[in-house]
Write a protein that binds this ligand. Structure first.
Ligand code: HMG
Ligand code: MG
Length: 298
């Protein structure tokens, strides 16, 4: 049945901004994060300690983390390799996320590795993090479809999920990176993972709204007992290494539906919409979120 409480995992400052071509000033990122906190979000992914050659927009990761009160909320950051882990640990973060792929094409494009090479790269990162008392989320991208390979089998996702759980990640975020998933597929994936010994309680869902399915997929996942959902304020973002990975599920749209279902999200929707409208001005394009557009005073 439906869970009693759900957690919103805000990815706007990281996933939302990583693909922006125009460099955004660190102060603007910090103000965005402050506004998200003020709106009541309590898990906010801050940035990525990845290669600045690969993701120039997040080259200021250390400055962003230094500008945030790490006690104000949960503040995970993305890490791909040991170099990134060293930088992340030096910044003082207590939570990281590694990011695997269910498909070979995306592993190559996003990490310059095969699926298994990338998992091998993460092994030491996860072990050292856990030894340091740092929690590790494991993302899996392309869980439903892949822009180069088409539909992705449940077996591929289960394989990567098992590897990540075995190496010690504390939660798994299942990414529909290009937004092609539908509710029946979501339920089938959750059931297949459970059959493989991976309980629903460790799962989070990361939907993109490319095909307008994100909220339907969230609802399906809720009926399956999933309690953590990724979303991006204003619906900003996508992945620089996956064509057609536009449109993260907007946090406002998620909050609207959850509130209607009777969940207390702790988020002040008016303040969140204001934060997204403010950020949209810096990005020089309107928010794609239906709720932002409906609620923003014009
Ligand atoms: P590579 O080119 O194979 O690695 O990339 P490399 O070791 O040859 O490094 C390349 C250069 O970067 C070198 O510099 C390194 O020193 C440097 P050079 O020697 O040429 O001067 N470098 C670093 N610098 C700072 N910090 C580091 C670091 N690592 C290397 N940590 C690598 C391999 C993994 C580094 C690269 O592929 C990479 O950084 N990829 C990150 C891509 C990324 O961030 N993608 C977006 C996140 S995933 C996503 O958005 C999906 C998600 O939202 C869920 C979903 O929707 O599906 C999570
Ligand atoms: Mg994403």
């Amino acid at each position: 049945g439906m869970p009693d409480a759900v957690r919103i995992y805000e990815v706007g400052p990281r996933d939302g901004l990583q693909a922006e071509k125009q460099l955004i000033a660190t102060d603007v990122k910090l103000e965005f994060i402050r506004r998200l906190l003020a709106a009541g979000l309590r898990t906010i992914e801050l940035t990525s300690f990845v290669s600045p050659k690969w993701v120039p927009q997040l080259a200021d990761a250390a400055d962003v983390v230094a500008g945030v009160d790490l006690d104000s909320a949960r503040h995970p950051v993305l890490v791909a390799n040991e170099r990134g882990l060293d930088r992340a640990l030096a910044s003082g973060v207590r939570e990281i996320a590694v990011f695997a792929s269910a498909t070979e094409s995306f592993a190559k494009n996003n990490l310059n590795r095969s699926v298994d090479e990338a998992l091998t790269m993460f092994e030491l990162v996860v072990r050292r993090s856990r030894d340091a008392g740092v929690a590790v989320r494991g993302y899996i991208s392309m869980c439903f479809g892949d822009p180069w390979e088409g539909p992705v089998s449940l077996a591929k996702v289960v394989h990567v999920a098992e590897r990540l759980i075995d190496m010690g990640v504390t939660s798994l975020s299942l990414g529909d990176t290009i937004g092609v998933g539908t509710p029946g597929h979501v339920l089938a994936l959750v059931e297949r993972l459970e059959a493989a010994g991976i309980p629903r309680g460790v799962l989070a869902m990361h939907f993109h709204d490319t095909y307008g399915q994100a909220l339907a997929n969230v609802h399906a996942a809720l009926t399956a007992g999933i309690t953590e959902f990724d979303a991006s304020a204003g619906g900003i973002g996508g992945c620089p290494y996956a064509q057609s990975a536009t449109g993260n599920l907007a946090t406002e749209d998620l909050v609207w539906m959850l509130t209607g279902l009777g969940y207390h999200t702790g988020v002040n929707l008016e303040h969140l919409v204001e934060a997204s409208v403010w950020m949209a001005k810096h990005l020089r394009r309107p928010s794609s979120s239906r709720v932002v557009r409906a609620m923003a005073s014009t």
